[in-house]
Design a protein. Structure first.
Length: 184
């Protein structure tokens, strides 16, 4: 197994240090994901830029969490499921919604369920969603802009999920309570 260094803001490649310092100021610590990504300052900067843009997207807050958790579950990313579950709960997404997303179960809220379904179709079909999938999403009250915002969230998660798969990123203590194991 290839070993990847988990850098912090003091020992990372010079071009990555400002990104890690900003992360530490924003979150209070440098995540191990960011620490691993720092090996490629461009990956780290790209991921952080996509994350910022996704956070600013037009999707409602709970829907953003549904995208991030759903994509991470389907990609089998144990790190990201734990991290996004923790963040979702802190953002007051109901625990039963977070648990259903983690288990891949249908949601009672039709709007959130449409987000879960479209995200799932995008991930499992590598973007080749059927027109019927998009129409069902729109019929649930979402917009075409929301469709593209889901694409943005799935793209962001692809970067982090794949990084975690390759690097076997250790879980941060902050996410430990929501630790998740991918089904075999």
């Amino acid at each position: 197994m290839a070993e990847f260094t988990v850098y912090d803001e003091t020992d990372a490649p010079a071009d990555a240090r400002p990104q890690l310092e900003a992360a530490k100021n924003r979150m209070g610590f440098v995540t191990t994901l960011n620490g691993v990504m720092a090996e490629s300052p461009e990956l780290l900067a790209g991921y952080n830029a996509l994350s910022e843009q996704f956070n600013r997207s037009s999707l409602p807050g709970h829907a953003k969490h549904a995208v991030l958790i759903t994509a991470s579950v389907l990609n089998g990313c144990e790190y990201c499921v734990a991290a996004h579950s923790t963040v979702a709960l802190r953002a007051r997404v109901p625990a039963e919604v977070v648990e259903a997303l983690r288990a891949g179960r249908a949601l009672g809220d039709p709007g959130l369920e449409a987000v879960r379904r479209l995200t799932g179709a995008m991930v499992t079909r590598r973007g080749w969603v059927d027109d019927a999938d998009v129409e069902a999403f729109l019929a649930a009250g979402h917009t075409r802009r929301h469709v593209l915002d889901v694409v943005l969230g799935v793209g962001m998660k692809t970067l982090s999920n794949y990084t975690n798969h390759i690097a076997h990123t250790p879980l941060d203590p902050a996410w430990k309570e929501q630790e998740w194991t991918a089904p075999s």
